[in-house]
Design a protein around this ligand. Structure first.
Ligand code: KG4
Ligand code: ZN
Length: 357
């Protein structure tokens, strides 16, 4: 089954084509037009500007993704959550194509899209033959989704069966990285900037091989020991603000602050993910969303799974499928289409606050 995926929920205009076979998904094409350069000067995404850029980009992006593709069996499109005017561009495009081509449509929740990035793994051997299911994902699974807009721990009992265990009560993990980067006078988006600043300590060779190193700077680990699976990152950002306000020489310690901030976020995320995995006796843990591109988080989670959980497999998407893309949306669409879970194009509706159910 060949699926066209369309994603315009935030600041990336994306289209991709995947082929689904059994439990595997193969990416045939993927195009992402990023608006990072446009929004950089504002230090964040400006919704009206984003929507206008989507309007300009969507048809060339879809056209590029469709090059060499002869037939589409269904169109999967992100309908929410996200910026409503941005979502509308993708949804109206999907409706128009479905009407013109007489193909069914699938409504995808953006978080579900991020989750399905974990199904996008190389599935051909050197000779180009489909390999045997090395990438079989077993349920129940726990997925930690960490992006610019969301921080969520989800228990997945099967395809399309989600239970949200916990969420952020204020800022999302990616949003926290973005705000911390702003406080430290680093660029946008903040996640990669904080990670790069923190890595400078390593290149200066001043990190002792202990995760407890704080360079004299300490930040809180919010809600680390709370019984629930919720998160909170706005206090961490405020603690960073107070920290640098009290330190006249903070500009000389930017790598130390960035390191400690990244460490605080990663520790809380890893701790709660492991706790949930133990409680629900899961077989797989998956990571997804833009912050899943953070190398420190990936490494800490790998170590924790190895040391604290036996027989549990950790799956992490390739870097390019962590941040917003349409291949993940098409992959989610494939598993819906397999269950014939279509939404008629006339009934496709954007929902900025769509919940994962
Ligand atoms: O998933 P995504 O592309 O968009 C949303 O759905 O929000 O995530 C974007 C977020 C931004 O906040 C960005 O700072 C963060 O992901 N991010 C990172 C890294 N790369 C992107 N955060 C930490 N470390 C990274 N390497
Ligand atoms: Zn996203």
């Amino acid at each position: 089954m060949i699926i066209l995926g369309i994603e315009t929920s935030c600041d990336e205009t994306a289209a991709a084509v995947v082929r689904g076979v059994g439990n595997k998904v193969e990416v045939l094409s993927g195009v992402v037009a990023s608006q990072i350069e446009i929004h950089k000067k504002y230090g964040g995404v400006v919704p009206e500007v984003a929507a206008r850029a989507h309007v300009l980009n969507i048809l060339p992006v879809v056209n590029e993704a469709l090059k060499g593709v002869k037939k589409i069996n269904a169109i999967a499109v992100t309908v929410g959550p996200g910026l409503v005017t941005s979502l509308l561009v993708g949804v109206e495009t999907a409706k128009t194509l479905a009407y013109a081509w007489h193909v069914p449509t699938v409504a995808i929740n953006h978080i579900e899209g991020h989750i399905y990035a974990n199904w996008l793994r190389p599935i051909r051997n050197d000779k180009g033959q489909m390999t045997n299911v090395k990438n079989k994902i077993k349920f129940p699974a726990i997925i930690l989704t960490v992006s610019g807009g969301h921080t969520m721990l989800v228990l997945m009992k099967g395809h399309g069966k989600y239970k949200v265990l916990g969420e952020t009560r204020d800022d999302a993990a990616g949003e926290a990285f973005d705000k911390a980067a702003q406080l430290l006078h680093l660029g946008y988006p903040g996640g990669p900037e904080i990670a790069a600043a923190a890595a400078k300590l390593r290149s200066r060779n001043i990190i002792p091989p202990t995760p407890l190193y704080q360079g004299g700077i300490t930040l809180p680990r919010p809600m680390l020991n709370d019984k629930n699976f919720d998160f909170s990152f706005s206090g961490l950002k405020t603690a960073l603000l107070y920290g640098i306000q009290k330190n006249k020489n903070w500009k000389k310690k930017i790598p130390e602050y960035a390191y400690e901030f990244q460490q605080a976020v990663a520790e809380v995320l890893v701790h709660k993910t492991i706790k949930a995995a133990k409680l629900y006796g899961v077989k797989n843990i998956m990571l997804s969303g833009g912050v899943a591109a953070n190398v420190e988080l990936r490494n800490q989670l790998k170590k924790a799974v190895e040391n604290k959980l036996s027989g549990v497999k950790l799956i992490i998407p390739e870097f390019k499928y962590c941040t917003d893309n349409a291949a993940m949306v098409a992959a989610a669409g494939y598993f819906h289409a397999k269950r014939k879970n279509y939404t008629a194009w006339r009934k496709l509706k954007t929902d900025a606050n769509l919940e994962l159910r």
